[in-house]
Design a protein around this ligand. Structure first.
Ligand code: NZQ
Ligand code: ZN
Length: 414
């Protein structure tokens, strides 16, 4: 196993406009002769006035609307948008919403210019997306910090009938620009604020909690961003606390967590997302909740292979510098659980409505998707995934005074 930073190419062309009153810059971003289709979700942008601000700012003669993009956007809805684009001959798309709307717009932008069956955009395996030759240009106005979709080239789409949630990434679906106004987060309910904090937290961990290769820059960035989320989390999750700097730090952290600045040259895990997506397919669990419900179990079941990074995480993120390595790791897992609980996130599968009898089906779905050798080393087999789902069902986090009540798997003598 190499312990060196791998070769990498880093490319991110997204122009970010961050701060107050940034929507007003739209005319400088979209050429006036473009026919613009604004796409949004279930109506929050209408209810809270963002859509009116966007329409008021645009100077284009033709501006249409497409609404109804659902959380965990579906292929079926995306295809309706493609029809609307072809009918209206739109040539610029503007996503106004959270990760779901932005992800959908990426897929729509690619599908609208795709000659074959848009299903092929996903390629033969998840994340390939090689067949795209062109895509409609688009920009975004972000209303929910969480996914970093506003500054990456990934899109995650659900198929209702096929019962699948799959992703693709392609440089042609980077947004041309993204508008980030922290004040737009003031209307988010507590559940979505906590989801956003957690999704960002998980994105950092998927890129950091692997094995060390000496990527000091990547590690320092990751640890710094984690500490910011830990510091601001409880206050951000207080939906009534409309503190500008708090929300600005939240928004920028979530963007940096997955604009790929953390991942060049270092290993990535992403197995938690793979397992989490199957929970969403099963019962529409919110994306971030599907991840937090699995995280403690992942840290426990895979502690051996993640050991060095778990110790580093304990020391540099949670400042646990005293005691044995085992105590540090256990302390870090406990602190992680306490943090997630403090913002009302689930930490077990039972909290997201999953039962023991669902696990066979989840494993079948992973297998059907080809997720049989995942994780940073490609060694997470279906057996390991099953162990994680099973462990996540019934974790007991109460400290009853016994030795390592939930970390029984970590044998200090080994
Ligand atoms: O639909 P509306 O009415 O707009 O309401 C939304 C939605 O119900 C609401 N909302 C958004 N902004 C709001 C607001 N409510 C009040 N005030 C505002 N300012 O929030 C709800 C959730 O929105 P959604 O866009 O679904 O959330 P999120 O941003 O968490 O996106 C989740 C999707 O992104 C995918 C997930 O799998 C999931 O499908 N991901 C995309 C990634 C990427 N592109 O890189 C990576 C992630 O790991 C993730 O997989
Ligand atoms: Zn995520």
């Amino acid at each position: 196993m190499t312990k060196e930073i791998s070769n990498f190419t880093f490319y991110n062309p997204v122009k970010v406009l961050f701060g107050k009153q940034q929507i007003e810059h739209l005319p400088t971003l979209i050429p006036e002769d473009k026919k613009v289709l604004i796409l949004y979700g279930g109506g929050s942008v209408k209810r809270f006035g963002t859509l009116d601000r966007v329409k008021g700012a645009l100077k284009n003669e033709v501006v249409g609307e497409f609404s109804g993009i659902e959380a965990n956007p579906t292929f079926e809805t995306c295809m309706k948008a493609v029809e609307a684009i072809k009918d209206g001959q739109y040539d610029f798309l503007l996503a106004v919403g959270g990760g779901s709307v932005i992800d959908a717009v990426k897929y729509i932008a690619a599908s609208a210019k795709f000659d074959g069956d848009p299903i092929d955009i996903f390629g033969k395996g998840v994340g390939k997306g090689l067949p795209i030759q062109s895509a409609l240009p688009f920009g975004t106005v972000l209303t929910l910090p969480a996914t970093a979709s506003e500054m990456n080239s990934t899109s995650v789409i659900s198929f209702k009938e096929k019962k699948a949630k799959v992703s693709f990434s392609h440089p042609l679906v980077f947004p041309q620009f993204s508008i980030l106004e922290p004040e737009l987060t003031y209307t988010l309910p507590r559940r979505q604020l906590a989801n956003g904090l957690t999704d960002a937290f998980m994105h950092i961990l998927e890129q950091y909690l692997t094995y060390p290769v000496g990527g000091m820059v990547q590690d320092e960035f990751a640890e710094g961003l984690l500490r910011v989320l830990i510091t601001i989390g409880p206050d951000v999750a207080n939906e009534d606390k409309h503190d500008y700097n708090l929300r600005a730090n939240f928004m920028w952290t979530a963007t940096l967590a997955l604009n790929r600045i953390l991942s060049p040259g270092v290993p990535g895990d992403w197995s938690i997302h793979a397992l989490g997506h199957e929970l969403t397919v099963l019962n529409n669990t919110d994306h971030a909740r599907s991840l937090s419900a699995l995280l403690p179990a992942v840290m426990i079941v895979r502690h051996e292979e993640k050991w060095d990074k778990l110790v580093q995480y304990a020391e540099n993120v949670w400042h646990i510098t005293e005691g044995s390595e085992e105590e540090k790791v256990e302390g870090a897992i406990r602190q992680t659980v306490a943090y997630l609980k403090s913002i009302d996130m689930p930490v077990t599968l039972s909290e997201v409505g999953v039962k023991a009898e669902d696990i066979d089906g989840l494993i079948d779905q992973l297998e059907a998707r080809g997720n049989t050798a995942i994780g940073e080393r490609g060694t997470q087999t279906l057996e390991v995934s099953r162990a994680i789902y099973e462990k996540a069902l019934d974790l007991n986090f109460e400290d009853d005074g016994s030795d390592s009540p939930f970390l029984g798997v970590i044998d200090p003598s080994s």
